[in-house]
Design a protein around this ligand. Structure first.
Ligand code: NAD
Length: 367
């Protein structure tokens, strides 16, 4: 069987800096665990625009469709702010998500014990938190028609349409149930079935899909109550599945329970390919951080944890994903901190590269 393939798209700003640390981790797996990946690398975002006049070259798009997983750093930056909307760096990322049809967006909210003090919530509310929000990514109100701003009488009206087909709900629900099966076997579906027809259909379809997963304990919650519960006692949840709009809000809120933006990974998954692996894009939640780019200050952990997600969800290497997450946890427990994680007095921050080296050393120690 051929080696699993990864396309690396470092992007702009701190993207290449954090991706350099992921490359160290990938090399470690090759050298120490004999896990070989076929790695290729290409441009996306502003760097692709500089080279080709487009934020995603057709050849890069074609490569992304062929590989087992795409790993992306970040795109964007002030240099590109004045560009026409059609060639802005973000369009490269949106094209990847759209053409790969990545309908299931996984956003973990995990709080490492060593960082529990960074949360705005009380330590005992967040310490040990490990939940996963699955957000539908390709439909709903951000895409529904009709949309626009129209004239009506003597004023303007802004219109967006929430629209979900049964099949769209079915596929994202299935991906959430599959995920719940690999985790704590608990799934909470969130919508507004009390006031939205799309919410009524959402609840019906999720309930129906649930019959195929009798081991998973399914519950339903109105999304506004869900937001409240996420702040009150987030550890009651294991996996949450919700639509595009509510998922956008709930995943950002949940992510912030855990501290720095530099810690948050994500995965976007699509339909299974011929080899059974889902189409997949892994990326940190953060952007290109132009304010710290080129200074060696970026925290590479979000990007490294995104690679850990690829081990788990694309390559069926859950034990190796555990090993990598444990290495990150150990480094944090040892007090190693990039500048974004400073809180305690007298701690000198390490550079991006030193954080990567520390994680590789912790991987060594795990053998
Ligand atoms: P940002 O995430 O780039 O930065 C927000 C703040 O968090 C900054 O102070 C930054 O220094 C800090 N930060 C972010 N990642 C960090 C890390 N790994 N380590 C330490 N600190 C980190 O968001 P922004 O400033 O709103 O956007 C900057 C650019 O990134 C814009 O061009 C925006 O369009 C783009 N962006 C891209 C993505 C993406 O590629 N997925 C996501 C969001 C924003």
């Amino acid at each position: 069987m051929s080696n699993p393939s990864i396309l690396i798209l470092p992007g702009d700003g701190i993207g290449p800096e954090v991706m350099a640390e992921v490359k160290k981790v990938i090399s470690w797996y090759g050298a120490k665990r004999d896990v070989q990946f076929d790695v290729s690398e290409d441009l996306v975002g502003g760097s692709a625009y500089d080279a080709h006049g487009t934020p995603l070259h057709d050849d890069t798009m074609a490569k992304a469709q062929e590989v087992d997983a795409v790993l992306l750093g970040a795109v964007g930056g002030p240099k590109y702010d004045a560009l026409d909307f059609s060639v802005k760096p973000e369009r490269g990322l949106l094209r990847l998500r759209k053409e790969m049809d990545l309908y299931s967006n996984l956003r973990p909210a995990q709080c490492f014990d060593a960082l529990a003090d960074f949360s705005s919530l009380k330590k005992d509310v967040v310490a040990g938190l490990d939940i996963m929000i699955v957000r539908e990514l390709t439909s709903g109100i951000y895409f529904g028609e009709p949309r626009g701003i129209i004239e009506e009488g003597n004023e303007r009206v802004g219109i967006n349409t929430q629209r979900y087909t049964e099949s769209e709900i079915d596929r994202v629900a299935r991906s959430a149930f599959e995920l719940a099966m690999r985790r704590g076997k608990k799934l909470c579906s969130m919508e507004k079935a009390n006031v939205m027809e799309s919410g009524i259909l959402w609840r019906e379809v999720v309930t129906e899909v649930g019959k195929d997963y009798p081991e998973v304990e399914l519950s339903h919650m109105y999304a506004d109550a869900g937001a409240m519960q996420l702040c009150r006692w987030p550890k009651q949840f294991d996996v949450i599945v919700t639509d595009n709009l509510f998922g956008d809000l709930l995943s950002d809120a949940a992510a912030m329970l855990t501290g720095s933006l530099g810690m948050l990974p994500s995965a976007s998954l699509g339909a299974p390919m011929a080899n059974g692996r889902p189409k997949a894009l892994y990326e940190p939640v953060h952007g290109s951080a132009p304010d710290i780019a080129g200074q060696g200050k970026a925290n590479p952990i979000a990007c490294i944890l995104s690679f850990a997600m690829s081990l788990r969800y694309s390559f069926d290497m859950g034990a190796e994903a555990d090993r990598l997450e444990a290495a990150v946890e150990k480094v944090l427990a040892d007090g190693v901190r990039t500048a974004d994680l400073l809180g305690e007095e007298g701690v000198t921050p390490v550079t991006t590269s030193e954080m990567g080296d520390a994680i590789v050393s912790a991987l060594d120690a795990s053998l």
